[in-house]
Design a protein around this ligand. Structure first.
Ligand code: CIR
Length: 259
């Protein structure tokens, strides 16, 4: 079994990225490219094989591949991003993923961003956000119910995506900002909350027993460490100015064949 991470180069136009909750700050493209290289190297060091989606230099947010696609064991779901300008990112991702899974596509008027989808086993939590609507969630539910997945809508406020507010950091453990999402949505799972002064710190990327995590949230990293989570730090402060985190720069899945 091979673990694949699909990634895509940082676009030179990232300076014109979509922004929802952040004020625009100058983005140093060379720094963003360097951070992305470290991110890919970190994924490799965790045993993943990187597959590059074609660069889309004219699409500012194309590096944030997570939003264009969801990959499950049985199917890949091509999303319909809530920001119209980001819908052009989907086609080239579909070409890549068609080599690995049968494809299903969210149709208008549905909208769905991958950043709103958190899978915990067969439970698929989906954020109702400014990017993902009821219709998109309903289409995902109908499609995934075929394989016994349970799709659970979750209201989010104050942040871009569900995974800005909560991510899984171990088998039965979530990292969460309880101002943006209610812990009650997630039943009896254990919770680590973000440290005061680090509201954006809930986005972590769990790869087997390790968590790839931004260097710029040290107090929350310490909380994770105390909870027994193995934290692998990556610099991503430049990409964070584009409202991106560590989950959004890859789509990770298993394949039985060769990458
Ligand atoms: C956007 O607003 O769409 C991008 N600037 C950031 C997307 C980040 N995606 C993610 O966290 N899944």
């Amino acid at each position: 079994m091979t673990l694949i991470a699909v990634t895509r180069a940082v676009s030179p136009t990232i300076v014109e990225c979509e922004l929802t909750n952040l004020a625009r700050e100058p983005i140093d493209v060379a720094n963003a490219v360097a951070e992305h290289a470290v991110y890919e190297e970190t994924l490799r060091s965790c045993g993943l094989t990187i597959v590059h989606a074609p660069a889309e230099p004219a699409l500012p947010d194309a590096v944030f591949v997570e939003d264009a696609a969801l990959v499950f064991a049985e199917t890949a779901v091509m999303t319909r991003p809530g920001a119209p300008v980001r819908r052009r990112e989907v086609e080239s991702m579909a070409k890549v993923l068609s080599a690995y899974r049968p494809l299903f596509a969210i149709q208008p008027p549905g909208t769905l961003d991958g950043g709103d989808v958190m899978a915990v086993g067969r439970k698929i939590y989906v954020g109702l956000s400014s990017r993902t609507n009821h219709e998109g969630i309903a289409q995902l539910d109908t499609h995934l119910s075929e394989w016994g997945y349970e799709v659970i809508p979750v209201p989010v406020t104050g942040c871009l995506h569900l995974k800005s507010a909560v991510t899984q950091v171990a088998d039965n453990l979530l990292l969460l900002n309880d101002r943006w999402v209610s812990p009650e949505c997630f039943g009896s799972m254990g919770m680590v909350t973000v440290a005061p002064g680090e509201p954006d710190a809930a986005n972590a990327l769990l790869i087997e027993a390790s968590v790839i995590y931004p260097t710029h949230h040290p107090a929350t990293a310490e909380r994770l460490d105390r909870a027994g989570v193995r934290v692998v730090p990556v610099p991503c402060g430049e990409l964070a100015k584009a409202e991106g985190g560590v989950t959004c720069c890859s789509v990770v899945f298993e394949t039985a064949g060769r990458p």
